[in-house]
Design a binder for this molecule. Structure first.
Ligand code: HAM
Length: 422
Protein backbone atom coordinates (compact mmCIF):
# COMPACT_ATOMS: atom_id res chain seq x y z
CA UNK A 1 0.00 0.00 0.00
CA UNK A 2 2.74 2.38 1.03
CA UNK A 3 4.40 2.18 -2.38
CA UNK A 4 1.27 2.11 -4.51
CA UNK A 5 -0.76 5.08 -5.66
CA UNK A 6 -4.45 4.81 -4.67
CA UNK A 7 -6.61 2.89 -7.15
CA UNK A 8 -7.76 5.05 -10.03
CA UNK A 9 -4.95 7.59 -9.69
CA UNK A 10 -1.78 7.75 -11.71
CA UNK A 11 1.50 9.59 -11.68
CA UNK A 12 2.47 11.66 -14.68
CA UNK A 13 6.14 10.88 -15.06
CA UNK A 14 8.78 13.22 -16.51
CA UNK A 15 8.89 11.20 -19.75
CA UNK A 16 5.20 11.91 -20.32
CA UNK A 17 5.05 15.51 -19.15
CA UNK A 18 5.90 17.04 -22.54
CA UNK A 19 2.64 15.66 -23.94
CA UNK A 20 0.71 17.28 -21.12
CA UNK A 21 2.45 20.64 -21.52
CA UNK A 22 1.84 20.45 -25.25
CA UNK A 23 -1.93 19.95 -25.08
CA UNK A 24 -2.37 22.34 -22.15
CA UNK A 25 -0.46 25.08 -23.97
CA UNK A 26 -2.39 24.53 -27.21
CA UNK A 27 -5.66 24.67 -25.29
CA UNK A 28 -4.72 27.93 -23.57
CA UNK A 29 -3.67 29.38 -26.96
CA UNK A 30 -6.92 28.43 -28.68
CA UNK A 31 -9.00 29.65 -25.74
CA UNK A 32 -7.31 33.02 -25.77
CA UNK A 33 -7.96 33.26 -29.54
CA UNK A 34 -11.66 33.24 -28.59
CA UNK A 35 -11.22 35.72 -25.72
CA UNK A 36 -11.23 33.24 -22.81
CA UNK A 37 -9.16 33.85 -19.68
CA UNK A 38 -7.96 31.22 -17.27
CA UNK A 39 -9.53 30.65 -13.88
CA UNK A 40 -8.04 28.50 -11.10
CA UNK A 41 -10.33 27.07 -8.49
CA UNK A 42 -10.12 25.18 -5.20
CA UNK A 43 -9.97 21.39 -5.44
CA UNK A 44 -12.77 21.07 -2.88
CA UNK A 45 -16.03 22.94 -2.48
CA UNK A 46 -19.00 22.75 -0.12
CA UNK A 47 -20.80 19.46 -0.80
CA UNK A 48 -24.07 21.30 -1.21
CA UNK A 49 -22.78 23.06 -4.34
CA UNK A 50 -22.50 19.76 -6.20
CA UNK A 51 -25.67 18.32 -4.71
CA UNK A 52 -27.58 21.30 -5.96
CA UNK A 53 -25.60 22.04 -9.13
CA UNK A 54 -24.86 18.60 -10.51
CA UNK A 55 -28.14 17.19 -9.16
CA UNK A 56 -29.22 14.91 -6.31
CA UNK A 57 -30.36 12.10 -8.60
CA UNK A 58 -27.24 11.91 -10.77
CA UNK A 59 -24.77 9.01 -10.52
CA UNK A 60 -22.08 11.54 -9.63
CA UNK A 61 -23.87 12.79 -6.52
CA UNK A 62 -25.47 9.49 -5.55
CA UNK A 63 -22.44 7.23 -5.95
CA UNK A 64 -19.26 8.93 -6.99
CA UNK A 65 -18.35 11.89 -4.83
CA UNK A 66 -15.36 12.00 -2.51
CA UNK A 67 -17.08 13.69 0.41
CA UNK A 68 -15.52 14.27 3.81
CA UNK A 69 -16.02 16.29 6.94
CA UNK A 70 -13.25 18.71 7.82
CA UNK A 71 -12.08 19.35 11.36
CA UNK A 72 -14.60 22.19 11.65
CA UNK A 73 -17.47 19.81 10.89
CA UNK A 74 -18.12 21.14 7.34
CA UNK A 75 -19.08 18.72 4.61
CA UNK A 76 -16.69 19.21 1.72
CA UNK A 77 -16.31 17.37 -1.58
CA UNK A 78 -13.42 16.97 -3.99
CA UNK A 79 -14.73 18.50 -7.22
CA UNK A 80 -16.18 15.82 -9.51
CA UNK A 81 -16.18 18.38 -12.37
CA UNK A 82 -15.42 22.05 -13.00
CA UNK A 83 -18.65 23.79 -13.96
CA UNK A 84 -20.23 24.05 -10.50
CA UNK A 85 -17.06 25.60 -9.05
CA UNK A 86 -16.80 28.14 -11.88
CA UNK A 87 -20.45 29.06 -11.38
CA UNK A 88 -19.87 29.49 -7.64
CA UNK A 89 -16.92 31.75 -8.41
CA UNK A 90 -18.94 33.72 -10.98
CA UNK A 91 -21.54 34.50 -8.34
CA UNK A 92 -19.13 35.04 -5.43
CA UNK A 93 -16.93 37.42 -7.39
CA UNK A 94 -19.78 39.40 -8.92
CA UNK A 95 -18.70 38.55 -12.45
CA UNK A 96 -22.15 39.52 -13.75
CA UNK A 97 -20.94 43.11 -13.41
CA UNK A 98 -17.94 42.42 -15.68
CA UNK A 99 -18.28 43.16 -19.39
CA UNK A 100 -20.48 40.39 -20.76
CA UNK A 101 -20.16 37.70 -21.90
CA UNK A 102 -17.74 36.30 -19.33
CA UNK A 103 -15.43 33.72 -20.91
CA UNK A 104 -13.40 31.46 -18.65
CA UNK A 105 -11.26 28.39 -19.22
CA UNK A 106 -9.70 25.93 -16.79
CA UNK A 107 -7.26 23.09 -16.47
CA UNK A 108 -8.22 20.97 -13.47
CA UNK A 109 -8.05 17.62 -11.76
CA UNK A 110 -11.43 16.07 -10.97
CA UNK A 111 -12.45 13.18 -8.70
CA UNK A 112 -15.11 10.53 -9.13
CA UNK A 113 -15.38 7.20 -7.34
CA UNK A 114 -15.95 5.16 -10.50
CA UNK A 115 -15.16 1.61 -11.58
CA UNK A 116 -11.69 1.70 -13.04
CA UNK A 117 -11.11 0.86 -16.68
CA UNK A 118 -9.11 2.16 -19.63
CA UNK A 119 -9.96 5.86 -19.94
CA UNK A 120 -11.88 5.93 -16.67
CA UNK A 121 -10.08 6.96 -13.49
CA UNK A 122 -10.85 8.26 -10.03
CA UNK A 123 -8.56 11.23 -10.39
CA UNK A 124 -8.54 12.61 -13.90
CA UNK A 125 -7.86 15.90 -15.69
CA UNK A 126 -10.18 18.19 -17.57
CA UNK A 127 -9.61 21.13 -19.88
CA UNK A 128 -12.81 23.11 -20.06
CA UNK A 129 -14.48 26.40 -20.85
CA UNK A 130 -17.53 28.18 -19.47
CA UNK A 131 -19.25 31.05 -21.25
CA UNK A 132 -21.70 33.13 -19.23
CA UNK A 133 -24.24 35.70 -20.33
CA UNK A 134 -24.91 34.69 -23.96
CA UNK A 135 -28.18 32.96 -24.75
CA UNK A 136 -27.97 33.19 -28.52
CA UNK A 137 -27.44 29.98 -30.55
CA UNK A 138 -24.31 31.59 -32.01
CA UNK A 139 -22.71 31.15 -28.56
CA UNK A 140 -23.33 27.39 -28.82
CA UNK A 141 -21.77 27.37 -32.28
CA UNK A 142 -18.76 29.36 -31.09
CA UNK A 143 -18.13 27.08 -28.10
CA UNK A 144 -18.32 23.98 -30.30
CA UNK A 145 -16.07 25.59 -32.89
CA UNK A 146 -13.46 26.30 -30.20
CA UNK A 147 -13.36 22.61 -29.39
CA UNK A 148 -13.11 21.62 -33.04
CA UNK A 149 -10.29 24.08 -33.61
CA UNK A 150 -8.46 22.68 -30.61
CA UNK A 151 -8.78 19.09 -31.87
CA UNK A 152 -7.68 20.24 -35.34
CA UNK A 153 -4.66 22.05 -33.91
CA UNK A 154 -3.55 18.76 -32.34
CA UNK A 155 -4.02 16.90 -35.63
CA UNK A 156 -6.87 14.78 -34.24
CA UNK A 157 -9.17 13.42 -36.91
CA UNK A 158 -12.41 11.48 -37.02
CA UNK A 159 -13.95 12.41 -33.71
CA UNK A 160 -17.71 12.39 -34.09
CA UNK A 161 -19.61 15.37 -32.76
CA UNK A 162 -22.90 14.05 -31.39
CA UNK A 163 -25.51 16.69 -30.82
CA UNK A 164 -28.91 16.79 -29.16
CA UNK A 165 -31.34 19.19 -27.57
CA UNK A 166 -32.91 18.27 -24.25
CA UNK A 167 -35.22 21.31 -24.30
CA UNK A 168 -36.09 23.58 -21.40
CA UNK A 169 -37.77 22.94 -18.04
CA UNK A 170 -41.18 23.29 -19.67
CA UNK A 171 -40.48 20.74 -22.43
CA UNK A 172 -39.06 18.41 -19.84
CA UNK A 173 -42.09 18.59 -17.60
CA UNK A 174 -44.27 17.27 -20.41
CA UNK A 175 -41.62 14.78 -21.49
CA UNK A 176 -41.12 13.40 -17.97
CA UNK A 177 -44.85 12.71 -17.80
CA UNK A 178 -44.68 10.93 -21.16
CA UNK A 179 -41.68 8.87 -19.99
CA UNK A 180 -43.44 7.94 -16.76
CA UNK A 181 -46.39 6.65 -18.74
CA UNK A 182 -44.09 4.73 -21.05
CA UNK A 183 -42.31 3.12 -18.09
CA UNK A 184 -45.42 2.50 -15.97
CA UNK A 185 -45.62 -1.22 -16.78
CA UNK A 186 -41.83 -1.70 -16.79
CA UNK A 187 -40.52 0.16 -13.78
CA UNK A 188 -41.18 -2.63 -11.26
CA UNK A 189 -38.75 -4.85 -13.17
CA UNK A 190 -36.05 -2.17 -13.38
CA UNK A 191 -33.13 -1.57 -11.02
CA UNK A 192 -33.41 0.09 -7.62
CA UNK A 193 -31.82 3.27 -8.93
CA UNK A 194 -34.37 3.62 -11.72
CA UNK A 195 -37.22 2.92 -9.30
CA UNK A 196 -35.87 5.70 -7.07
CA UNK A 197 -35.67 8.10 -10.01
CA UNK A 198 -39.10 7.54 -11.56
CA UNK A 199 -40.81 10.11 -9.36
CA UNK A 200 -37.89 12.40 -8.55
CA UNK A 201 -36.31 12.77 -12.01
CA UNK A 202 -37.65 10.34 -14.62
CA UNK A 203 -35.34 11.59 -17.39
CA UNK A 204 -32.31 10.51 -15.37
CA UNK A 205 -33.46 6.89 -15.90
CA UNK A 206 -32.26 7.22 -19.51
CA UNK A 207 -28.76 7.33 -18.03
CA UNK A 208 -28.97 3.86 -16.45
CA UNK A 209 -26.17 1.54 -17.56
CA UNK A 210 -27.80 -1.71 -16.31
CA UNK A 211 -28.22 -4.14 -19.19
CA UNK A 212 -31.73 -5.13 -18.07
CA UNK A 213 -32.93 -1.54 -17.80
CA UNK A 214 -31.42 -0.65 -21.18
CA UNK A 215 -33.66 -3.19 -22.92
CA UNK A 216 -36.74 -1.55 -21.43
CA UNK A 217 -35.50 1.86 -22.55
CA UNK A 218 -34.87 0.87 -26.17
CA UNK A 219 -38.20 2.21 -27.46
CA UNK A 220 -38.55 5.10 -25.01
CA UNK A 221 -39.89 8.34 -26.57
CA UNK A 222 -37.15 10.79 -27.51
CA UNK A 223 -36.93 14.18 -25.91
CA UNK A 224 -35.77 15.86 -29.12
CA UNK A 225 -39.02 14.83 -30.80
CA UNK A 226 -40.95 16.52 -28.01
CA UNK A 227 -39.25 19.88 -27.38
CA UNK A 228 -41.14 23.19 -27.57
CA UNK A 229 -41.05 25.55 -30.56
CA UNK A 230 -38.55 27.96 -28.98
CA UNK A 231 -36.15 25.16 -28.13
CA UNK A 232 -36.56 23.67 -31.60
CA UNK A 233 -35.80 27.02 -33.21
CA UNK A 234 -32.71 27.40 -31.01
CA UNK A 235 -31.52 23.93 -31.98
CA UNK A 236 -32.11 24.56 -35.68
CA UNK A 237 -30.05 27.73 -35.51
CA UNK A 238 -27.22 25.82 -33.81
CA UNK A 239 -27.20 23.11 -36.49
CA UNK A 240 -27.44 25.77 -39.21
CA UNK A 241 -24.51 27.67 -37.68
CA UNK A 242 -22.40 24.53 -37.59
CA UNK A 243 -23.23 23.80 -41.22
CA UNK A 244 -22.33 27.38 -42.17
CA UNK A 245 -18.77 26.91 -40.93
CA UNK A 246 -18.48 23.34 -42.14
CA UNK A 247 -18.45 21.49 -38.81
CA UNK A 248 -19.96 18.03 -39.30
CA UNK A 249 -22.21 16.61 -36.59
CA UNK A 250 -24.57 13.75 -35.99
CA UNK A 251 -27.82 14.13 -34.13
CA UNK A 252 -27.94 11.64 -31.29
CA UNK A 253 -31.31 11.67 -29.59
CA UNK A 254 -29.98 9.41 -26.83
CA UNK A 255 -27.61 12.00 -25.32
CA UNK A 256 -29.01 13.25 -22.02
CA UNK A 257 -25.67 13.82 -20.23
CA UNK A 258 -24.98 12.66 -16.69
CA UNK A 259 -25.41 16.04 -14.98
CA UNK A 260 -28.71 17.72 -14.20
CA UNK A 261 -27.87 21.31 -15.04
CA UNK A 262 -28.22 21.06 -18.80
CA UNK A 263 -30.95 22.43 -21.00
CA UNK A 264 -31.27 22.82 -24.78
CA UNK A 265 -28.02 22.03 -26.63
CA UNK A 266 -25.97 19.08 -25.36
CA UNK A 267 -23.06 17.51 -27.18
CA UNK A 268 -20.27 14.97 -26.95
CA UNK A 269 -17.19 14.26 -29.03
CA UNK A 270 -16.80 10.53 -29.36
CA UNK A 271 -13.93 8.38 -30.54
CA UNK A 272 -14.20 4.88 -31.92
CA UNK A 273 -10.55 4.13 -31.19
CA UNK A 274 -10.06 4.09 -27.45
CA UNK A 275 -12.52 1.51 -26.16
CA UNK A 276 -15.77 1.81 -24.28
CA UNK A 277 -14.82 5.09 -22.62
CA UNK A 278 -14.79 6.87 -25.96
CA UNK A 279 -16.35 10.18 -24.94
CA UNK A 280 -13.41 12.54 -25.12
CA UNK A 281 -15.42 15.66 -24.44
CA UNK A 282 -18.86 16.57 -23.20
CA UNK A 283 -20.76 19.76 -22.67
CA UNK A 284 -23.84 21.80 -23.21
CA UNK A 285 -25.97 24.74 -22.28
CA UNK A 286 -27.10 25.40 -18.69
CA UNK A 287 -29.32 28.48 -18.58
CA UNK A 288 -30.74 28.02 -15.08
CA UNK A 289 -27.74 26.81 -13.08
CA UNK A 290 -26.47 30.22 -11.99
CA UNK A 291 -29.87 31.20 -10.68
CA UNK A 292 -30.26 27.79 -9.02
CA UNK A 293 -26.99 28.42 -7.18
CA UNK A 294 -28.14 31.82 -5.95
CA UNK A 295 -26.90 34.15 -8.71
CA UNK A 296 -28.72 36.47 -11.12
CA UNK A 297 -30.52 34.73 -14.01
CA UNK A 298 -27.68 34.20 -16.49
CA UNK A 299 -27.38 31.76 -19.36
CA UNK A 300 -24.31 29.55 -19.54
CA UNK A 301 -22.68 27.05 -21.85
CA UNK A 302 -19.45 25.09 -21.74
CA UNK A 303 -17.63 21.81 -22.17
CA UNK A 304 -14.87 19.76 -20.63
CA UNK A 305 -12.36 17.51 -22.35
CA UNK A 306 -10.93 14.51 -20.49
CA UNK A 307 -7.18 14.91 -20.94
CA UNK A 308 -6.34 11.23 -20.34
CA UNK A 309 -8.82 10.24 -23.05
CA UNK A 310 -7.53 12.95 -25.35
CA UNK A 311 -3.98 11.62 -25.00
CA UNK A 312 -5.17 8.04 -25.56
CA UNK A 313 -6.89 9.21 -28.72
CA UNK A 314 -3.79 11.02 -29.94
CA UNK A 315 -1.72 7.93 -29.28
CA UNK A 316 -4.18 5.70 -31.11
CA UNK A 317 -4.05 8.07 -34.10
CA UNK A 318 -0.24 7.93 -34.07
CA UNK A 319 0.08 11.67 -33.42
CA UNK A 320 3.64 12.50 -32.45
CA UNK A 321 4.14 15.26 -29.94
CA UNK A 322 7.39 17.15 -30.41
CA UNK A 323 9.54 16.27 -27.42
CA UNK A 324 11.62 18.91 -25.75
CA UNK A 325 15.24 19.09 -26.98
CA UNK A 326 18.00 17.94 -24.65
CA UNK A 327 20.21 20.47 -22.84
CA UNK A 328 22.27 22.91 -24.89
CA UNK A 329 25.44 21.81 -23.19
CA UNK A 330 26.83 19.31 -20.73
CA UNK A 331 29.70 20.62 -18.61
CA UNK A 332 31.99 17.97 -17.12
CA UNK A 333 35.08 18.36 -14.98
CA UNK A 334 38.02 16.49 -13.53
CA UNK A 335 39.43 17.82 -10.28
CA UNK A 336 38.43 20.47 -7.81
CA UNK A 337 39.79 23.52 -9.66
CA UNK A 338 38.01 22.46 -12.84
CA UNK A 339 34.79 21.87 -10.97
CA UNK A 340 34.91 25.40 -9.54
CA UNK A 341 35.42 26.84 -13.01
CA UNK A 342 32.50 24.73 -14.28
CA UNK A 343 30.32 26.03 -11.51
CA UNK A 344 31.01 29.61 -12.60
CA UNK A 345 30.54 28.77 -16.26
CA UNK A 346 27.27 26.96 -15.55
CA UNK A 347 25.98 29.96 -13.61
CA UNK A 348 26.84 32.33 -16.48
CA UNK A 349 25.34 30.03 -19.11
CA UNK A 350 22.11 29.49 -17.20
CA UNK A 351 21.83 33.21 -16.44
CA UNK A 352 21.94 33.83 -20.20
CA UNK A 353 19.11 31.35 -20.80
CA UNK A 354 21.22 28.42 -21.93
CA UNK A 355 20.20 24.98 -20.71
CA UNK A 356 23.26 23.59 -19.03
CA UNK A 357 23.74 20.36 -17.12
CA UNK A 358 26.84 20.28 -14.98
CA UNK A 359 28.49 17.25 -13.44
CA UNK A 360 27.66 17.01 -9.73
CA UNK A 361 28.56 13.36 -9.26
CA UNK A 362 32.35 13.47 -9.59
CA UNK A 363 32.29 10.61 -12.11
CA UNK A 364 34.97 9.51 -14.58
CA UNK A 365 35.18 11.32 -17.94
CA UNK A 366 33.86 8.23 -19.71
CA UNK A 367 30.84 8.03 -17.39
CA UNK A 368 30.23 11.76 -17.78
CA UNK A 369 30.25 11.56 -21.58
CA UNK A 370 27.89 8.58 -21.46
CA UNK A 371 25.54 10.60 -19.29
CA UNK A 372 25.74 13.64 -21.62
CA UNK A 373 24.79 11.33 -24.47
CA UNK A 374 21.84 9.88 -22.57
CA UNK A 375 20.56 13.38 -21.79
CA UNK A 376 20.68 14.21 -25.49
CA UNK A 377 23.00 17.20 -24.85
CA UNK A 378 23.73 19.19 -28.02
CA UNK A 379 27.32 19.93 -26.95
CA UNK A 380 29.68 18.63 -24.28
CA UNK A 381 32.71 20.25 -22.75
CA UNK A 382 35.03 18.59 -20.24
CA UNK A 383 37.35 20.75 -18.16
CA UNK A 384 40.51 19.53 -16.43
CA UNK A 385 43.62 21.24 -15.01
CA UNK A 386 45.01 22.07 -18.50
CA UNK A 387 41.80 23.77 -19.51
CA UNK A 388 41.75 25.81 -16.30
CA UNK A 389 45.27 27.00 -17.04
CA UNK A 390 44.81 27.78 -20.73
CA UNK A 391 41.19 29.00 -20.47
CA UNK A 392 40.53 26.89 -23.56
CA UNK A 393 38.64 23.63 -23.96
CA UNK A 394 37.45 21.23 -26.59
CA UNK A 395 33.75 21.68 -27.41
CA UNK A 396 32.25 18.45 -28.69
CA UNK A 397 29.32 18.55 -31.08
CA UNK A 398 27.33 15.54 -29.89
CA UNK A 399 25.43 15.29 -33.17
CA UNK A 400 28.45 15.09 -35.50
CA UNK A 401 31.01 13.83 -32.98
CA UNK A 402 33.40 16.62 -34.06
CA UNK A 403 35.43 18.52 -31.46
CA UNK A 404 36.87 22.00 -31.71
CA UNK A 405 39.13 23.97 -29.36
CA UNK A 406 37.54 27.18 -28.18
CA UNK A 407 38.34 29.94 -25.74
CA UNK A 408 36.07 29.67 -22.70
CA UNK A 409 35.44 33.42 -22.92
CA UNK A 410 33.59 32.86 -26.19
CA UNK A 411 31.54 29.87 -25.02
CA UNK A 412 28.30 31.73 -24.27
CA UNK A 413 28.25 33.70 -27.53
CA UNK A 414 29.05 30.58 -29.52
CA UNK A 415 26.30 28.58 -27.91
CA UNK A 416 23.75 31.35 -28.42
CA UNK A 417 24.74 31.60 -32.12
CA UNK A 418 24.77 27.85 -32.62
CA UNK A 419 21.36 27.52 -31.06
CA UNK A 420 20.01 30.16 -33.43
CA UNK A 421 21.48 28.30 -36.42
CA UNK A 422 20.38 24.80 -35.38
P1 HAM B 1 -18.59 15.12 -18.19
O1 HAM B 1 -19.18 14.55 -19.43
O2 HAM B 1 -18.99 14.50 -16.91
O3 HAM B 1 -18.92 16.65 -18.20
O4 HAM B 1 -17.01 15.07 -18.27
C1 HAM B 1 -16.33 15.66 -19.35
C2 HAM B 1 -15.24 14.74 -19.83
O5 HAM B 1 -14.38 14.39 -18.74
C3 HAM B 1 -15.73 13.40 -20.36
O6 HAM B 1 -16.14 13.51 -21.71
C4 HAM B 1 -14.48 12.54 -20.21
O7 HAM B 1 -13.60 12.75 -21.31
C5 HAM B 1 -13.85 13.09 -18.96
N1 HAM B 1 -14.16 12.22 -17.82
C6 HAM B 1 -15.28 12.17 -17.08
N2 HAM B 1 -15.19 11.25 -16.11
C7 HAM B 1 -13.97 10.68 -16.25
C8 HAM B 1 -13.26 9.65 -15.55
N3 HAM B 1 -13.79 9.03 -14.51
N4 HAM B 1 -12.01 9.32 -15.98
C9 HAM B 1 -11.45 9.95 -17.04
N5 HAM B 1 -12.07 10.93 -17.72
C10 HAM B 1 -13.31 11.29 -17.34
C11 HAM B 1 -18.52 17.53 -17.23
O8 HAM B 1 -17.70 17.29 -16.39
C12 HAM B 1 -19.11 18.90 -17.42
N6 HAM B 1 -18.67 19.74 -16.31
C13 HAM B 1 -18.70 19.50 -18.75
C14 HAM B 1 -19.27 20.85 -18.97
C15 HAM B 1 -18.63 22.02 -18.82
N7 HAM B 1 -20.50 21.11 -19.29
C16 HAM B 1 -20.67 22.42 -19.36
N8 HAM B 1 -19.52 22.97 -19.06
Amino acid sequence: MLTQAPKGTHDILPDEIDKWYYVEKKFAEICSRFGYREIRLPVFEHTELFQRGVGETTDIVQKEMYTFEDKGGRSLTLRPEGTAGVVRSYIENGMSSWPQPTKLFYNITAYRYEKMQKGRYREFHQLGVELFGAKDPSADVEVISLMVLFFNSLGIKNLTLNLNSIGCAECRKAYNQMLKEFLADKIDNMCENCRGRINRNPMRILDCKEEGCRTYLKDAPSLLDNICDDCREHFEKVTQGLQDIGIPYEIDKAIVRGLDYYNRTVFEFVSRNIGTQGTVCGGGRYDTLIELCGGPPTPGIGFAIGVERLLLEMESQGIQIPSRPGPDIYLGSIGEQADRLCERLAWDLRSKGITCIKDIMGRSVKAQMKYADKLGARYALIIGDNEVESNKASLKDMKTGESRDISLDTLIDRLIKKREND
